[in-house]
Design a protein around this ligand. Structure first.
Ligand SMILES: Nc1ncnc2c1ncn2[C@@H]1O[C@H](COP(=O)(O)OP(=O)(O)O)[C@@H](O)[C@H]1O
Ligand SMILES: [Mg+2]
Length: 236
């Protein structure tokens, strides 16, 4: 069976020549939650950008249901929603509700309908009480949820999250883990929060200096990713 999302020999060099990803081949199955782990600078964010169709591969390819996206970044943009590491990079409308509805309005969904869908997403995430608040006045955890609502509203097949637990206090982090666990979606979660990864994900891919250094299913004792020394040797 074709994976929902797959990469084959994926490489990405930044315009200044920095090679951020080299020969990355991974498979993401439908409905799975995969942790993308690795030290700072290992290429996690870059890989998410490629999976979301924000960057085009330098070499290699991204495939959706077995079909190569090639340079058709819209194919990926339409199916994968990326929640940025910094919610402030994503939230810019005057209210949380308008922000969550923005992506739909931009795709010509009538304003009323967009707001209704957005409101349902806020409810799903338990932040309906924040609907009229300006996003820049929210706490870190609330901002994270507001940014996620805007992505959920677009009904992507795949949700990509970049360091979702970064800078959250323990309670906000626990709430977020609970929320993500409840969402029945294919997800890729880039993180160096190994505890969150094992609480949430069924599989993990370890990046090291832009290459896949290990992968496996969580909780499986033969999995090298369960080995502390292996992880330490790879910067975690
Ligand atoms: N805009 C950029 N221009 C040049 N190099 C970059 C840029 N963004 C990231 N990099 C480099 O690409 C590599 C991977 O970075 P990144 O994907 O952000 O890693 P991670 O998210 O795992 O911390 C690093 O070596 C980083 O310095
Ligand atoms: Mg990053």
């Amino acid at each position: 069976m074709a994976a929902l999302l797959e990469t084959k020999g994926l490489c990405y060099d930044y315009p200044d020549g920095t090679p951020a990803l080299t020969d990355v081949s991974i498979r993401l199955n439908e409905g799975g939650k995969t942790a993308l782990i690795g030290a700072n600078g290992s290429g996690k964010s870059t890989l998410l950008m490629l999976l979301a169709g924000c960057f085009a591969p330098s070499r290699g390819e991204v495939l959706l249901r077995g079909e190569p996206a090639g340079q058709d970044l819209w194919m990926l943009k339409n199916s994968a929603g990326l929640v940025f590491q910094e919610p402030d990079d994503q939230l810019f409308m005057p209210s949380v509700l308008e922000d969550a509805a923005f992506g739909l309005v931009a795709r010509d969904v009538p304003a009323e309908e967009a707001r209704a869908i957005a409101r349902a997403c806020l409810e799903k995430l338990g932040i309906q009480h924040l609907a009229d608040r300006p996003p820049h006045r929210l706490s870190g955890g609330e901002k994270r949820s507001a940014a996620l609502a805007g992505i959920l509203a677009m009904k992507p097949e795949i949700i990509l999250l970049d360091e979702p637990s970064a800078s959250l206090d323990p309670r906000a982090r626990r709430n977020l883990i609970g929320t993500l666990r409840e969402l029945d979606k294919t997800m890729v979660i880039a993180t160096h929060d190994l505890e969150m990864a094992s609480a949430l994900c069924d599989a993990a891919v370890l990046l090291f200096k832009g290459r896949v250094a290990g992968e496996g299913f969580m909780g499986c004792p033969e999995n090298s990713l369960m080995d502390e020394k292996f992880l330490r040797d790879h910067g975690l």
